[in-house]
Design a protein around this ligand. Structure first.
Ligand SMILES: CC(C)(COP(=O)(O)OP(=O)(O)OC[C@H]1O[C@@H](n2cnc3c(N)ncnc32)[C@H](O)[C@@H]1OP(=O)(O)O)[C@@H](O)C(=O)NCCC(=O)NCCS
Length: 172
C-alpha cells in the first residue's frame, strides 16, 4: 500500500473538477435537495472558478493517491484567500475530501499531517476550518486531529441557509 501526494497545477484542472464533483456529491447529496446541490456544484466547481483558485498564490491544492490512484484532495488557504478574515497567522483547511471507497485508510490523517507541516514551516499560530454542523463524520475526524469548536458562521447551499461550525487548532 502506498500513499503519495502531489501539488496541483492548472494542468490538473479537469481532474480537480471531477474529484470535486464526485466527493461533494457523495458527501452531501443525501442531506440536500438536488436543486441546491446543482446550484452549489455549478457555482463552486465551474472551470473558471477552479482555474482562478489554482492561480491564487495564497491557495494550494493537493491530490492524494492511494496505490497511484487519485483518492482525494486538499485545499488550504493563507492570507487574503482565507474564507474569513483570520489574519496572517492563520491557515485555513478549506477542503479535505476523500472518496468514499478510500475513507478510513489513513488518507485524511496523511493530508492533515501535510497541513501541519505547511503551517509550521510558515510559522502559523493556528489552523482553522469551517464544517457543516450536520457533517458528523468530518467533525469527529477533526476532533480526533485535535480541533475544537471556536464559533459558527452561516453560508448558503443553493437557497438554504446552513450553519458551519468553525473549528481551530492552536500550534503554540
Ligand atoms: C472526514 C474525512 C476527511 C476523514 O478522512 P479519512 O481518510 O476517512 O480518515 P482517516 O482514516 O485518516 O482517520 C484518521 C483518524 O480519524 C478517525 N476518524 C475518521 N473518521 C472518523 C469518524 N467518522 N468518527 C470517529 N473517528 C474518525 C480515525 O479513526 C483515525 O483515528 P486514529 O488516528 O486513531 O487512527 C473523510 O471521511 C472525508 O473525506 N469525508 C467526506 C468529505 C468531508 O466531509 N470532508 C470534510 C469537509 S469539511
Amino acid at each position: 500500500m502506498t500513499i503519495n501526494i502531489k501539488k496541483c497545477t492548472l494542468q490538473d484542472l479537469h481532474t480537480l473538477q471531477e474529484i470535486s464533483y464526485e466527493t461533494f456529491n457523495e458527501t452531501f447529496k443525501d442531506q440536500n435537495s438536488p436543486e441546491n446541490m446543482t446550484a452549489y456544484l455549478e457555482r463552486a466547481f465551474n472551470l473558471e472558478q477552479l482555474a482562478k483558485e489554482l492561480a491564487n498564490s495564497s491557495s494550494e491544492f493537493f491530490f492524494v493517491y492511494y496505490n497511484h490512484e487519485v483518492a482525494g484532495y486538499l485545499k488550504v488557504n493563507t492570507n487574503e484567500a482565507q474564507s474569513e478574515e483570520m489574519g496572517d497567522e492563520s491557515l485555513e483547511i478549506e477542503r479535505i475530501y476523500i472518496k468514499n471507497q478510500f475513507q478510513k485508510h489513513g488518507l485524511g490523517k496523511f493530508l492533515f499531517n501535510k497541513v501541519m507541516e505547511m503551517a509550521l514551516e510558515l510559522n502559523k499560530k493556528k489552523i482553522w476550518l469551517g464544517v457543516w454542523e450536520k457533517n458528523e463524520n468530518a467533525i469527529a475526524f477533526y476532533k480526533r486531529m485535535g480541533f475544537v469548536q471556536t464559533g459558527a458562521h452561516s453560508f448558503y447551499m443553493g437557497d438554504e441557509e446552513q450553519v458551519d461550525f468553525i473549528m481551530a487548532k492552536k500550534l503554540i
